[in-house]
Structures are given as structure tokens and as C-alpha cells.
Design a protein around this ligand. Structure first.
Ligand SMILES: Cc1cc2nc3c(=O)[nH]c(=O)nc-3n(C[C@H](O)[C@H](O)[C@H](O)COP(=O)(O)O)c2cc1C
Length: 353
């Protein structure tokens, strides 16, 4: 596979990135497998405290000497989401109570916080100095980007519209992931509402490439060599794959979720705010289709996380997020290295494997 500005800047052999998974679905094993194979492995750390990020980084540095990325969410809450007051807590609980009751879960206590703070997490990132810091939901302050540059940490920002890509480019972010709405997981909008920022990969990539100087990595809907070739033909210089790696044995997805990714149910996905309070793509299931409403992020995710832990124990795939991209029906492989090798192309017209 040809070198590009993406592989050169990231100092990797092939411009293939294993996308980060937040919420506990990333694994150091998956990251190390991909980094050691010559791509860039990533770990989604937005749910981790600063101390957890420090130990995560020690573990990763012991597993690979190759470049890897740690990933955070810049905007860490929506209005009132970090400090939902008691009254709104009660309201949010009442909306979700039927699911708590169905699973025989007691009402949870009001917590001291609903999620981690970016301001604390970024301190840990700057201290542990991962080779690459990737992020979604915005642009870090200039002081943070300057500090990354000083410490030789390469930055990758994520855009879901061409305007967002221009904003990242103007801020001096090193590389830009442009993610179409086919992708599994969250629509990481930061200039406009997510619902008003829905671009498909085929439209997003060429428009983005035409407007930015930074190299562009295409994401969303890429699951085999046809997708890789299409992305490169549109002007991307690298690809980021999520769902196909999420389905592998090395990811931290549970068996229930993984088996669903290989099932015919993965043909039917939709965008919903019901699981986290922010718009995200997953498989259609009872909880998504019932559309009960939502509290702001991250409070909604705090509640549904409790439902999900119990739903997993009870084998109830209808009451948990089943994140999944639109190209899941294309996935074939159960091992991360097989997925990785299957994506390598000699050139745009030639298959390597
Ligand atoms: C379960 C799940 C969690 C994700 N979490 C994050 C995240 O925390 N940060 C991030 O940058 N991207 C995240 N993504 C996006 C992926 O890294 C990747 O860009 C996307 O899945 C690519 O589209 P695809 O699923 O069609 O391959 C997530 C995707 C999934 C499926």
C-alpha cells in the first residue's frame, strides 16, 4: 500500500487507522495488534479519569513500541449534563424507570458527578505523551495544541462537515478525520446541531479535501478494499475503520454485541439520542425504537450505562446500545489482523491480498 502524508506524519507503514471506541469498548490488545501490524491503533479514553489514563498509557507503552493514539471528547457535557440537579435527575429517572423495573434494578443514587472532565484528562495526556492525541467534539484550546506540538504529540481532529474540517485546519490540527454518517457510534458535531450536520462519506471527503491543507483520513462505511479504494480515489490519504474492528475478538465489545454485529440485525441501524443524550448510530432495538426521550449528555449515558450492565448480565440485547455502522453487513473477519490485512491494497486498481 502506497505511503501518503498520513502514513508519513504518523510514522506508520500503512495509512490505516483503527478508530477509537469510547465507553469501555476499546482494548489495549486491539490497539497493540494494529499498531504492531503497521497501522495506527487507538484507544477511546473519554470515560476514564486522569489516573486511569496514566495507567492505560503505561500498559500500552509495554505492549507496543509503534505509534498509537489516545482519544478524548473535547466538549464533555451538554447544557446541564455534567451537573443535572436533583429535580432533573428525578425526571430523567422516571422516563427510564420502566427499563429499571423490567430488569429489577433499584433506583440509582444521585452521583457526585456524571462523567469525567476534559480539563483533568488533558493534563494526563500531556504528561504521558502518547505519540498521537486524537479527539472529537471540538477543537482544543490553542495552548493545548501548542503544548502537543512542543511535546511532539501529533494531533488528529474529527470533522463531520466540511466547515468543521476547515475550523480544525485553521486551528493548526495536524490531521483531520472526516467521518460520514454511515459510521457507527456518535455524530461528533461541534459547529451545528448533529441532526443538521449529516454528510455521507461520498460527499464529505472530496469537499473536505478541496478546502483543507491538512491530510484527510476518511471514516464511515469503510469495511473492505472497495471502501479503501473509494476513499483514496476521493482524495483521502488514509482510512479509519471502526465497526469492522469492533466486531473482532480483540475489541472489548461483549459477546452479545459482537454476535449481533455478524447477524442480519446489523442491516438495520439508526441514529438516536436515547443511549447517551448525543446523536449516535446503532442497531435498531426495543429501547431505540420506543424513543422514550433523553436527559443531556453525559447524564443520560450514566443512567443507560446502569441499564446496559444489567442487560448484558440478563442477555437482553433489546435494552442496551448496540453501536454499529451501516457497513456492518460487509464484515467477515473475527481477528483484528485479518481485518487489517484484508484492507491493504497495492494501488487503487490492484489487490494486495
Ligand atoms: C462503539 C463505537 C464507539 C466509538 N467511539 C469513538 C470515540 O470515543 N472517539 C472517536 O474518535 N471515535 C469513536 N468512534 C468512531 C470510530 O472511531 C470510527 O471513526 C467509526 O466507527 C468509523 O466508521 P465505521 O464504523 O463505519 O467503520 C466510535 C465508533 C464506534 C462504533
Amino acid at each position: 500500500m502506497q505511503a501518503t502524508r498520513v502514513s508519513d506524519l504518523l510514522k506508520i507503514k500503512y495509512p490505516i487507522i483503527q478508530g477509537a471506541f469510547g465507553g469501555g469498548l476499546s482494548s489495549t490488545k486491539l490497539l497493540a495488534t494494529i499498531s504492531n501490524a503497521g497501522g495506527l491503533g487507538s484507544f477511546g479514553a473519554h470515560h476514564l479519569s486522569s489516573d486511569q489514563i496514566r495507567s492505560l498509557s503505561n500498559e500500552i507503552f509495554s505492549m507496543t513500541t509503534r505509534p498509537f493514539a489516545i482519544n478524548l471528547w473535547i466538549s464533555d457535557h451538554d447544557k446541564n449534563g455534567l451537573q443535572l440537579n436533583q429535580k432533573d435527575f428525578e425526571k430523567a429517572y422516571q422516563v427510564l424507570k420502566p427499563y429499571f423495573d423490567e430488569l429489577k434494578l433499584p433506583k440509582p443514587d444521585y452521583p457526585s458527578r456524571f462523567g469525567e472532565k476534559f480539563s483533568e484528562q488533558i493534563e494526563a495526556i500531556l504528561e504521558v505523551r502518547p505519540p498521537v492525541f486524537s479527539f472529537v467534539y471540538g477543537i482544543p484550546d490553542k495552548t493545548i495544541l501548542d503544548e502537543c506540538r512542543k511535546k511532539s504529540i501529533i494531533t488528529i481532529g474529527t470533522a463531520i462537515t466540511p466547515d468543521e474540517a476547515v475550523a480544525l485546519d485553521e486551528a493548526g490540527v495536524d490531521l483531520i478525520v472526516a467521518t460520514g454518517f454511515e459510521a457507527g457510534g456518535h455524530r461528533v458535531a461541534f459547529l451545528k446541531e448533529a441532526e443538521k450536520s449529516l454528510f455521507g462519506t461520498l460527499s464529505l471527503i472530496p469537499q473536505t479535501v478541496d478546502r483543507v491543507k491538512a491530510p484527510v483520513i476518511a471514516a464511515g462505511g469503510i469495511a473492505d478494499q472497495r471502501g479503501v479504494k473509494a476513499a483514496l480515489a476521493l482524495g483521502a490519504e488514509g482510512v479509519q475503520i471502526g465497526t469492522a474492528f469492533l466486531a473482532t475478538e480483540e475489541s472489548n465489545a461483549g459477546d452479545l454485541h459482537r454476535s449481533k454485529l455478524f447477524s442480519s440485525e446489523a442491516r438495520y441501524t439508526d441514529l438516536t439520542r436515547v443511549y447517551s443524550g448525543r446523536l449516535a448510530r446503532g442497531m435498531e432495538n426495543k429501547m431505540m425504537l420506543e424513543h422514550v426521550g433523553h436527559a443531556p449528555y453525559p447524564a443520560q449515558g450514566w443512567f443507560t450505562g446502569k441499564i446496559k450492565s444489567e442487560a448484558i448480565k440478563q442477555g437482553r440485547a433489546d435494552l442496551m446500545s448496540l453501536w454499529c455502522g451501516q457497513s456492518a453487513p460487509l464484515i467477515k473477519y473475527h481477528k483484528a489482523e485479518e481485518v487489517f490485512n484484508s484492507l491493504l491494497i497495492g494501488s487503487l486498481n490492484e489487490e494486495k491480498v
